[in-house]
Design a protein around this ligand. Structure first.
Ligand code: SAM
Length: 273
């Protein structure tokens, strides 16, 4: 993985650990989504951008021994961690490919479901990933996305450091063709890709003191720190001052911390006429 890759969150060790934690934190809402779709025994499923764990275990237990789960992950290191996770949990129906979701080489129309969680919001050319997911799903099969509008997050009382840090991430994203509001757009992207029977489900959370996601914005800023500075968006000293000020504000139990707006959207590839 190139240091110059614009992928917003980067590949620091701390980020890999955060993703492993996130897989547990978000398991309940992904299970809900897979219930709505009816993912079951025998399905052939692809998880795009699975990171070190993603939903591989949830999907594995749903599709069972007669089904198959393919994890696709751009980072060779994350793919290797995901393989170790699958082996360590005896998920014998899971394989993980180190591959670019924009050009997977997977067979056309071969899968019952393609799903991605929190991938499109961090990458340029997200529509290429959606087009590829639609291509390798069979007629009548499903494409399911779970993406945020990451500009939505708030705290109350508001704090200028939060506003400035969000602006910095947004500026970096804009410079690199990354859309941090993509959550709101994914239903339209699925419709434009030709999917039918579209469903949309919104999620917003409040993160109390001690919650693993209360400091998420600060973790994202640390992931992007060197790139924000290299792009001359901010200096090291200003960034230190901003993060210290926001940390103090978020550590105060009186501060209400509200998440991004997450959108789960899913639909079916039309049946052949
Ligand atoms: C924020 S992480 C989310 C991981 C996992 N989906 C989850 O919800 O826990 C996004 C992942 O997408 C991967 N990714 C980014 N661009 C990709 C691409 N073009 N093809 C495959 N994976 C990609 C990143 O390497 C990263 O592991």
């Amino acid at each position: 993985m190139s240091e110059k890759d614009p992928y917003l969150l980067g590949y620091r060790h701390a980020e890999q650990q955060r993703l492993e934690r996130q897989a547990i934190e978000l398991a309940g809402e992904s299970e809900w989504l897979f219930d709505q779709i009816g993912v079951s025994e025998g399905w052939r499923v692809v998880e795009v951008g699975c990171g070190p764990r993603g939903c591989l275990d949830l999907l594995s237990s749903r599709v069972g021994a007669s089904g198959h789960v393919t994890g696709l992950e751009l980072s060779k290191e994350q793919a290797e961690t995901a393989r170790r996770f699958a082996a360590g949990h005896h998920l014998s129906n899971v394989e993980v490919l180190a591959a670019d979701a924009r050009a997977t080489g997977l067979a056309t129309g071969a899968f019952d479901l393609a799903t991605a969680r929190l991938v499109l919001v961090n990458v340029p050319e997200p529509q290429r990933i959606v087009a590829e997911m639609v291509r390798f799903v069979r007629p009548g099969g499903f494409v399911a996305l779970h993406e945020p509008d990451a500009t939505f997050q708030r705290c109350e009382p508001p704090h200028p450091a939060q506003k400035r840090l969000l602006q910095l991430l947004d500026s970096y994203a804009q410079m690199n063709g990354i859309d941090r509001m993509i959550g709101l757009k994914v239903p339209g992207m699925l419709r434009d890709a030709g999917l039918v029977d579209l469903r949309v489900h919104p999620l917003v959370h409040v993160y109390p003191v001690g919650h693993g996601r209360r400091m998420l914005l600060l973790e994202f800023v640390e992931n992007a720190r060197s790139r924000l500075i290299e792009c001359s968006l901010v200096g090291n000293d200003e960034l230190d001052a901003l993060t210290a000020a926001l940390r103090r504000h978020l550590e105060d139990p009186a501060t209400l911390v509200v998440s991004s707006l997450f959108i789960q959207a899913w639909g079916r590839v039309p049946e052949l006429a």
